[in-house]
Design a protein around this ligand. Structure first.
Ligand SMILES: Cc1cc2nc3c(=O)[nH]c(=O)nc-3n(C[C@H](O)[C@H](O)[C@H](O)COP(=O)(O)OP(=O)(O)OC[C@H]3O[C@@H](n4cnc5c(N)ncnc54)[C@H](O)[C@@H]3O)c2cc1C
Length: 471
């Protein structure tokens, strides 16, 4: 058996691990990066990128199918060549992942170790059965894995998770999507738009990460008009999912060719033997750690990325990698990082986005709520995309923007703009330029209604065109 001695050992060559290793090295530490699976990161291989590639094809098919609304005839109609769609998804996905693989493989051989790492002690790892690593500090950046709960027990060999969808050679005729979170909504709608009969089941009634009941209602109404949403099964509902002897699955009396488990993700910690690491573990088995430093107690163990179970997003994984990389290189001078304003996007159509504080976390008496209904918004109507509701929350004490929940056209962009000005007074934000005609004018309407409730601006206009620029 080989023995290696380094300053910082990083477990996991995903986004968090790659960034952590680089940052540790930049701070003078000797490093080793341990990876048990393929290089390329989850985001590029089976997460962000292939899902957005599939959605791009699905949205294009959908747009063409509604060309008649604009007086444009598509005489032959839309025909989806599913095999070609999936082939492009994989080809482009491989290109994105290829860049990451190239960069990872360009690291000096002595920095890379292939194999599964597990703890032998607080500063000692065993990689497969070939290498023992002694490290001054250890970064756990092992990511997350799909959670497939016991309701799937009877059909375990027939369940798809997100990773599998992108490897399909062809699309099934029908699919039951279990879960209405981000992955269930994104993949469910994309598959529907590519011609698959999709039903989305959920016990919770949630729509993605939305917590605002009004925005959720708008999303359920609009998405429900297009998709077969079955969201109110109830937490205790018996979910009768069985293998169909003829192939596929049955849910009650209904047959589906495939079933997609979109039932959440769990920190990937089970194979790490963390009980030997000498740190306290939470209920999910993750080391209890400070979210600002990534450090587990006063140990030399740091946690970053999806494995924290906290903000399962690419940019958060990179940020956390950066801070733990620095801290692991300076275990005697651990620093806290300032977390960015929370921002998350669901690439459904219309899109969903949350920025700043969530409705569920706010004290209702403390906030003024401004809203805009996109049914009547000028530019959205021009594009035939006039659906959705955005609500923004302002602090009643000082008029500052706290956050918002959004469902509507192009909210991936408008959520960014608002995330950038969280903390500013809503009246001050209204002094910024708003072009015409753009969907941002809808955001102005929402901000104006919040500012008016706080008596910071006069009554909002009856119609956005009446108001013109400024307040
Ligand atoms: C379908 C889908 C769509 C998504 N879309 C978006 C999006 O649009 N925008 C966004 O911001 N985020 C998105 N995400 C989330 C985003 O992909 C993740 O937050 C991010 O990739 C997490 O990076 P990570 O470094 O924590 O984990 P990973 O990239 O998963 O890296 C963890 C690595 O650790 C390795 N590993 C695990 N255990 C061991 C061990 N014991 N020894 C050695 N190696 C080990 C694994 O093999 C893996 O390579 C999406 C996720 C999914 C599933």
């Amino acid at each position: 058996m080989d023995t290696r001695s380094v300053d910082v050992a990083v477990i996991g060559a995903g986004t968090a691990g790659l960034v952590a290793r680089r940052e540790a090295e930049r701070n003078g530490a000797s490093t080793v990066l341990i990876e048990s699976g393929p290089y390329g990161t989850m985001c590029a291989r089976v997460g962000c990128m292939p899902s957005k590639l599939l959605i791009a094809a699905a949205d294009l098919a959908h747009e063409v199918s509604r060309a008649g609304e604009f007086g444009i005839a598509v005489p032959a109609g839309v025909r989806v060549d599913a095999a070609a769609v999936l082939e492009r998804v994989r080809r482009e996905r491989d290109r994105f992942a290829g860049f990451v693989i190239e960069d990872t493989e360009a690291l000096p051989a002595e920095v890379r170790l292939r194999g599964r790492a597990r703890f032998l002690g607080p500063t000692t790892l065993l990689v497969d059965d070939h290498t023992r690593v002694e490290a001054r500090a250890i970064v756990i950046a092992t990511g997350s894995r799909p959670h497939v709960p016991e309701i799937f027990d009877a059909v375990r060999d027939r369940v798809l998770v997100n990773d599998d969808v992108f490897e399909l050679e062809d699309l099934p005729d029908s699919i039951a999507v279990i879960g209405s979170g981000v992955i269930g909504l994104e993949l469910g709608q994309a598959l529907h738009r590519l011609g698959v009969r999709v039903a989305i089941f959920s016990r919770s009634g949630h729509i993605g990460p939305l917590t605002d009941p009004e925005v959720t209602r708008s999303a359920r109404d609009v998405l429900g008009a297009e998709l077969d949403l079955r969201l109110d099964l109830g937490r205790d509902a018996r979910f009768d999912l069985r293998a169909d002897p003829a192939g596929g699955v049955r849910i009650g009396d209904e047959h589906f060719d495939r079933v997609l488990a979109a039932t959440g993700r769990r920190p990937a910690v089970e194979s790490l033997d963390l009980e030997r690491a000498g740190v306290a573990l939470d209920a999910r088995g993750v080391p209890v750690h400070d979210a600002r430093t990534g450090r587990a107690g006063d140990s030399a163990i740091f946690v970053a990325g999806d494995v924290t179970g906290d903000r399962l997003l690419l940019h958060e994984a990179a940020d956390e990698g950066r801070i733990v990389g620095f801290n692991a290189a300076h275990p005697g001078d651990v620093r806290a990082h300032v977390r960015r304003t929370p921002l998350s996007v669901v690439f459904s159509d219309p899109q969903i986005a949350l920025f700043g504080e969530r409705f569920a976390d706010l004290d209702r008496d403390r906030i003024a709520i401004g809203s805009v209904n996109y049914a009547d918004q000028g530019r959205a109507r021009v594009m035939g995309r006039n659906a959705g509701l955005v609500r923004v929350y302002a602090d009643r004490r000082d008029g500052s923007l706290l956050g918002g929940e959004m469902f509507g056209p192009q909210v991936e962009h408008t959520a960014h703009l608002l995330a950038w000005v969280v903390g500013r007074g809503v009246d001050r934000i209204l002094e910024l330029p708003f072009y015409h005609p753009v969907v941002e004018e809808g955001i102005r309407t929402a901000l104006r209604s919040a500012a008016h409730q706080l008596q910071l601006v006069p009554a909002p206009c009856a119609h956005e065109l009446d108001c013109g620029p400024g307040v």
